[in-house]
Ligand binder design. Structure first.
Ligand code: 13P
Length: 257
């Protein structure tokens, strides 16, 4: 299938892997992964392993693989104990930043407004935000999925001009599918991805809507990756648990698209 948008296979390692484990991952990952021109791989290790990941990618001379941070603070510097800024990430060669992940929203109390500040800062710095949206099970059961996602998008992208959104990537991650082994059905994924694309057509314009990449995340494994990639409007995957194993993630990235 000839795709309009280059697919992205993104690994969110969450709070897993030391520097040593990161180096070991890349040794086996690059030992097995062909260099693909038709897809991009993005790895988001913890902050402490970003430099090692960058070094490994450089040592293997892999243009098809980039690194992402799992979060960032929007101020450039200051008295913000425990936070990391965009200049700090840029110094490490980070190109993508995951924002608004449901674990950040629900465990760490991140708000829509906080996410909006971060999206703006990441776009202004010229990096690509991977903005996560998704409904909880109770919201799906109450048939409020589109509404919840519409609100998350509107809040995160409020006050951003269209030309600031260059490089924006959306990840649809139903909260009930994250780390549970429950994957959204093909119909559910197709419906929400189409809704997100139409949301951009309505709130921005159809050219932006056509270009924006929408990833699916939530219990993606080797046995469902190709099928999910075959669903309309799915432009890539955001993989948690299954991305920690180099062998399994190589196979996911290599799936038929
Ligand atoms: P799992 O793939 O472990 O369900 O995690 C998905 C996720 O949260 C990726 O950001």
């Amino acid at each position: 299938m000839l795709r309009k948008r280059q697919p992205i296979f993104a690994a969110n390692w969450k709070m897993y892997k030391t520097i040593q484990e990161t180096r070991a991952f890349f040794a086996s990952f690059f030992g097995a992964l062909s260099e693909y021109a038709d897809r991009k791989t993005v790895i988001a290790p913890p902050f402490t392993a970003l430099a090692a990941a960058r070094e490994e990618i450089g040592a293997f001379k892999r243009q098809d693989v980039s690194i992402a941070a799992q979060n960032v603070f929007f101020e450039e510097q200051g008295a913000y104990t425990g936070e990391v800024s965009l200049p700090m990430l840029q110094e490490l060669g980070v190109e993508f930043v995951i924002l608004g992940h449901s674990e950040r929203r629900h465990i760490f109390g991140e708000t829509d407004m906080g996410v909006a500040f971060k999206v703006r800062a990441v776009c202004e710095a010229g990096l690509c935000p991977i903005l996560c949206v998704g409904e909880r099970l109770s919201e799906r059961e109450a048939e409020r999925t589109n509404m919840v996602i519409g609100i998350q998008l509107a809040a995160a992208l409020a006050a951003l001009p269209e030309n600031a959104l260059h490089g924006l990537i959306i990840a649809y991650e139903p909260v009930w599918a994250i780390g549970t082994g429950k994957v959204a059905s093909a119909e559910q994924i197709a419906q929400v991805h189409a809704f997100i694309r139409s949301w951009f057509a309505v709130h921005f314009n159809s050219a932006l809507a056509e270009n924006i990449r929408i990833l699916y995340g939530g219990s993606v494994k080797l046995n469902n990756a190709a099928q999910i990639m075959g669903i309309a409007d799915v432009d890539g995957l955001l993989v948690g648990g299954a991305s920690l194993d180099a062998g399994e993630f190589v196979k996911i990235v290599s799936c038929e698209i």
